[in-house]
Design a protein around this ligand. Structure first.
Ligand SMILES: [Mg+2]
Length: 260
């Protein structure tokens, strides 16, 4: 009996589970299409700040996976809700991240400050991007020291890419916290807000058996268990944080092993 028969629905991580960087992981599309054929609901839950749910759904479709944007929950969405709650809609903020991430914040109505105008920012939002530099670290530090709300999408220290692990948002957040003395509020995995949003979108009744499938023991499995659902660890990649004191409910080599 495949492991998928033990559950009514799944939250599924993307990086390190469905693909590695831009490279699809063999069998993941087949596994997801089999779950769809069995009418097991799936919601993709990702800490990636780079793209919107609509763009994420399009990339899934390009990988041969039948997914809609309503099946994608990002830490970016969760962060926007959380920041609006803290400093209000349309607030002046200072944000570090890719142009895609900054675009999502602008689309949500926030007024983005340049590094020179850090003193006007009510909040500082931090994510990784390839051109992170000292000026950004300085502006974020000064704003937080002046009392700005500090938040991020997650604390993943690395992100899996085809040639190894690259520095992730957690590394950049650590730099801002070290310099500012502040402590960031976290929207994404392993904190509860993104799991709660994922379960809401999944739409199953409270007694349903739901598992999170992810490649990180700390963020995916630990976070799922904190949110009250099972955590299934995908062990086929390098990113599963083996030092973490969390016991997964199940371990599988790849997503395909879930349905076979
Ligand atoms: Mg992952």
């Amino acid at each position: 009996m495949p492991l998928s028969d033990s559950y009514d629905g799944f939250l599924i991580d993307l990086d390190g589970v469905v693909w590695l960087g831009h490279d699809p992981i063999e069998g993941s599309a087949e596994a997801l299409n089999r779950l769809a054929a069995e009418e097991k609901p799936v919601v993709f839950v990702t800490n990636s700040p780079r793209i919107t749910p609509a763009e994420q759904a399009r990339i899934l479709q390009e990988h041969g996976i039948d997914a809609s944007q309503d099946q994608v929950v990002t830490a970016g969405q969760t962060l926007i809700e959380l920041t609006e709650g803290a400093v209000g809609k349309g607030a002046k903020i200072y944000a570090i991240g890719t142009s895609g991430f900054l675009g999502q914040l602008q689309d949500a109505g926030f007024d983005l400050m340049s590094a020179e105008r850090w003193s006007e920012a009510a909040a500082v939002l931090v994510t990784a991007h390839p051109r992170f530099d000292y000026e950004e670290l300085k502006a974020a530090t000064m704003a937080v020291r002046a009392g700005a709300f500090l938040a991020t999408i997650g604390r993943d220290p690395t992100m899996p890419m085809p040639d190894g692990l690259w520095p992730g948002t957690g590394s950049i957040v650590a730099a801002v916290e070290t310099a500012s003395g502040g402590s960031a509020v976290v929207a994404g995995k392993p904190e509860k807000p993104i799991f709660e949003l994922g379960l809401k979108v999944l739409g199953l009744p409270g007694e349903a058996r739901v598992a999170m499938v992810g490649d990180r023991l700390d963020t995916d499995v630990g976070g799922a268990q904190n949110a009250g659902i099972d955590g299934i660890l995908v062990t086929g990649n390098d990113s599963w944080a083996p030092g973490t004191k969390v016991t997964p409910n199940h371990e599988i080599e790849s997503l395909l092993a879930l349905v076979k």
